[in-house]
Design a protein around this ligand. Structure first.
Ligand SMILES: Cc1ncc(C[n+]2csc(CCOP(=O)(O)OP(=O)(O)O)c2C)c(N)n1
Ligand code: SF4
Length: 273
């Protein structure tokens, strides 16, 4: 299938504002799925609530637009019921790390076979620019008009600590890398998360005087440092930079694999007496 075959054309135009990065990430997801040669029946997209969570509705896959923060438990249930399907969660930084943060860390701990794509625009877009757990220190939002005084999560460190077996960060400026990490995440057996830094010019950009979507993309070009390059930089040199690349890519028995073994054991003649 080709990328256009995955687009639900009757749902167009997108609700997204001009210059929003969400369309770029959706294209990266569909390019990855096209490269992997999956059909409509192979993939299920599950999202929460937010501008980013609208993405599945523009696709022809079976998809569920669920509740704010609750996409991961729903996706887990779908994966358990249909283990042969590739279940992909589409979520915002608020959806996944604020209200949905607990689900994210426990899915990582269990190594559930899901791929989670975090659209990180550093803000709550849909509800008007409130700060999220990924709004950088001192940056502004409607709930932090004099600058954010809260520290942010480092999603990569958080998920590494929680047990995720594939984690990567990219940005809308780095399209080929984004596709590459999404593909790697989808074929990975276990819990995979790809955080994609993206631009919300309407709320994040406007409040923070980042004038245009183009300038926001150039910010990524100049301030996102590759994982390998970052190893040779000091903490001071890395201040205010974001590192992109694959942070973790390990093999570990996944939740579905363990569950299959458990079912086999429980159903064995020995246990059934
Ligand atoms: C239980 C619940 N709480 C709050 C909301 C309101 N709400 C909808 S979207 C959203 C935040 C969206 O931000 P994010 O997840 O970062 O996605 P974005 O819109 O930036 O893509 C909030 C707070 C809701 N719909 N449901
Ligand atoms: S509010 Fe921001 S994240 Fe939402 S569609 Fe507009 S630019 Fe995109």
């Amino acid at each position: 299938m080709e990328i256009n075959d995955y687009i639900r054309k009757e749902r167009l135009p997108f609700i997204w504002c001009p210059g929003c990065g969400n369309g770029t990430i959706l294209k990266a997801i569909l390019t990855a799925i096209e490269d992997l040669d999956y059909s409509n029946d192979d993939v299920i997209l599950v999202s929460g609530i937010g501008c980013s969570s609208r993405a599945p509705m523009y696709t022809t896959f079976d998809n569920v637009h669920s509740l704010h923060g609750r996409a991961i438990p729903l996706a887990t249930a779908i994966k358990l019921a249909r283990p042969s399907k590739k279940v992909i969660v589409i979520t915002g930084d608020g959806d996944s790390l604020a209200i949905g943060g607990n689900h994210l860390i426990h899915a990582a701990r269990r190594n559930v076979d899901l791929t989670v794509i975090i659209f990180n625009n550093s803000i709550y877009g849909m509800t008007g620019g409130q700060i999220s757990p990924l709004t950088p220190l001192n940056k502004k939002g409607t709930t932090a008009q004099f600058g954010n005084i809260e520290n942010t999560f480092d999603t990569m460190k958080l998920l590494d600590g929680a047990g995720a077996t594939y984690i990567a960060r990219s940005g809308t400026y780095f399209f080929p890398q984004t596709v590459k990490y999404i593909k790697a995440g989808i074929i990975h057996e276990g819990f995979s998360v790809i955080e994609v830094v993206t631009q919300c010019p309407v709320y994040y950009g406007r409040f923070n005087k980042e004038k245009s979507p183009g300038e926001m993309l150039l910010w990524q070009k100049e301030n996102m440092v590759s994982f390998d390059k970052a190893k040779n930089l000091t903490e001071d040199e890395l201040l205010n930079k974001r590192i992109f690349g694959e942070f973790v890519n390990i093999e570990k028995e996944s939740f579905i694999q363990k569950r299959s073994k458990l079912i086999e054991r429980v159903m064995s003649d020995e246990n059934r007496g």
